[in-house]
Design a protein around this ligand. Structure first.
Ligand code: FE2
Ligand code: FE2
Length: 187
């Protein structure tokens, strides 16, 4: 199987939830209020699926394969992607850490969530665009033969781990609920 097909499919789900997040964020900005119950499912999805399932799969499997095929980690596109994963983690962690205070009406915490929410949206959409239209094309050309077989095997091993499956199931259920609640303009 194409080495990036699964990752590209995961991007589509992340983009759909980002659209929902944009709507939720705009409603919160409009009202000036942040409700924990609104933002918590997004945090769970972004940490559980976008980061722990998706970014980690890129970091643990795809990027090392690309390095082996000759793409340098430092000073190249892989380094940029890794840096953006770190920034994305920081934005979601900051949102998570300020939810409780924001929920009680703390205006500083509310503003922090607005700022980091907007930054996360912009960062992750641009990040996915770079991977879909640049990095993954390089990976598809470079990773072939035995390297491709071994990459697909490592994906399959991860997907057969019960803990991973359970997390994926939980996150997909959250995404389904959010997409139903907010609608989707992506697909
Ligand atoms: Fe990525
Ligand atoms: Fe990605």
């Amino acid at each position: 199987m194409n080495p990036t097909r699964r990752l590209r499919e995961e991007h589509q789900l992340i983009l759909q939830v980002l659209d929902c997040f944009e709507t939720a964020l705009a409603e919160a900005v409009e009202s000036g209020e942040v409700h924990r119950s609104v933002f918590e499912p997004f945090v769970k999805f972004f940490q559980g699926f976008a980061d722990q399932c998706h970014h980690c799969r890129e970091e643990d499997h795809l990027f090392p394969c690309m390095e082996q095929a000759g793409i340098p980690r430092e000073g190249g596109p892989i380094g940029v992607m890794l840096h953006e994963h770190q920034q994305a983690r920081m934005h979601v962690r900051t949102i998570s850490e300020h939810l409780e205070a924001a929920d009680t009406g703390d205006s500083d915490a509310v503003q922090i969530i607005f700022d980091h929410g907007r930054s996360y949206l912009n960062l992750l959409r641009a990040h996915i665009d770079k991977e879909d239209h640049c990095l993954f094309g390089m990976a598809d050309q470079l990773i072939q033969g035995p390297q491709l077989t071994s990459l697909n095997q490592s994906y399959e091993e991860t997907e057969s781990e019960p803990e991973y499956c359970a997390k994926l199931k939980r996150c997909r259920a959250i995404a389904d609920t959010l997409i139903e609640q907010y609608g989707s303009v992506t697909n």
